[in-house]
Write a protein that binds this ligand. Structure first.
Ligand SMILES: Nc1ncnc2c1ncn2[C@@H]1O[C@H](COP(=O)(O)OP(=O)(O)O)[C@@H](O)[C@H]1O
Ligand SMILES: [Mg+2]
Length: 230
C-alpha cells in the first residue's frame, strides 16, 4: 500500500519554479513548502486573513509528516526578473500596491490580538508594530490574472513592523531600483514615476514619503546583513 501511495504521489507531483529548486511542489490544488519554526505564526496569520474574507493570499492547511506546510494553490500567472510582458506594466504595479494596502490593513487587527505576542517570526520585528509586513513583496511572489496582481504568496519572511518597512522593499523590487542587468528596468526618470504610482496606489501619506528613500536603504542593508539562507 505504501508503494502505491508513493507512486501516486510521484505521478501527481509537479515541482514549482521561481523559488528554491527542488523544495516546493504542487499536488492538485495544494502547494507543499518546507516548514520553518515561523510557519505556525504564518498559518495563524493566513487563517486570520481568511476569516476576514481576504482571498489575496493562500489558505493554510496545516502540515504533513515530511516537514512541509500545506497551502492552497492560487490559479494565475507567476513571473520573475527580468520584468517583461504583463508583470512590467503600470497596471500590475498599481494593483500590487493596492493589494499590499489591503493586506496591511487586514493585519492591523491581527497585531492587536493578545495571542500575537507569543508568535515566532523568522525576521526580527521592528517597532512600532503597525502591521505584519510580508517581508518579500516582489514581482516573483505574486499571482497575476491578466495585468492585475491578485494574490501574494511566500510568507516565510513575514514579521511585524511599520508599513513603510514593507513598502520600501516592495518599491525597490517593483520599480525596480535594481542595477543588475537582469533585474533593472528603465532609467531614473521612469523609475521615479513608477515609485510615485506605487505610493499613490497604496495611499502613502506625504509625511511617510519623506522617509521612503532612507527606509529603502536601511531595508536593503539589513537584508544583506541578517536574512538567513533558507
Ligand atoms: N500558493 C501558491 N499558489 C500558486 N503558486 C505558488 C504558491 N506558492 C508557491 N507557488 C509557486 O512556487 C514557486 C516557489 O514558491 P515560493 O513560496 O515563492 O518559494 P521560495 O520561498 O523558495 O521563494 C513560486 O514562484 C510560485 O511559482
Ligand atoms: Mg518566492
Amino acid at each position: 500500500m505504501r508503494y502505491v501511495l508513493f507512486f501516486i504521489k510521484e505521478v501527481l507531483m509537479e515541482w514549482l519554479q521561481g523559488g528554491r529548486k527542488g523544495k516546493i511542489f504542487r499536488i492538485k490544488d495544494k502547494v507543499y513548502r518546507p516548514r520553518g519554526p515561523w510557519s505556525d505564526a504564518i498559518h495563524k496569520l493566513l487563517d486570520h486573513l481568511a476569516e476576514e474574507g481576504f482571498n489575496g493570499v493562500p489558505n493554510a492547511f496545516g502540515f504533513d509528516d515530511n516537514g512541509n506546510e500545506i497551502l492552497s494553490y492560487i490559479l494565475g500567472d507567476v513571473y520573475n526578473y527580468p520584468l517583461v510582458d504583463r508583470i512590467a506594466t503600470d497596471q500590475a504595479l498599481i494593483s500590487a500596491a493596492q493589494l499590499l494596502r489591503q493586506y496591511h490593513d487586514l493585519t492591523v487587527s491581527f497585531v492587536a490580538k493578545s495571542s500575537f505576542k507569543k508568535l515566532q517570526w523568522m525576521l526580527p520585528g521592528r517597532k512600532p508594530y503597525e502591521v505584519v509586513c510580508h517581508g518579500d513583496f516582489a514581482p516573483y511572489n505574486v499571482v497575476l490574472k491578466g495585468r492585475q496582481t491578485v494574490a501574494m504568496f511566500d510568507f516565510d519572511t513575514a514579521h511585524p513592523a511599520p508599513r513603510i518597512w514593507d513598502i520600501g522593499y516592495a518599491i525597490y523590487c517593483w520599480v525596480p531600483f535594481k542595477t543588475k542587468s537582469d533585474d533593472a528596468l528603465g532609467d531614473l526618470h521612469s523609475q521615479s514615476a513608477r515609485a510615485k504610482l506605487f505610493c499613490n496606489a497604496y495611499g502613502l501619506l506625504n509625511s511617510e514619503r519623506k522617509r521612503l528613500v532612507s527606509t529603502i536603504i536601511n531595508r536593503i542593508l539589513i537584508t544583506h546583513e541578517t536574512q538567513p539562507t533558507l
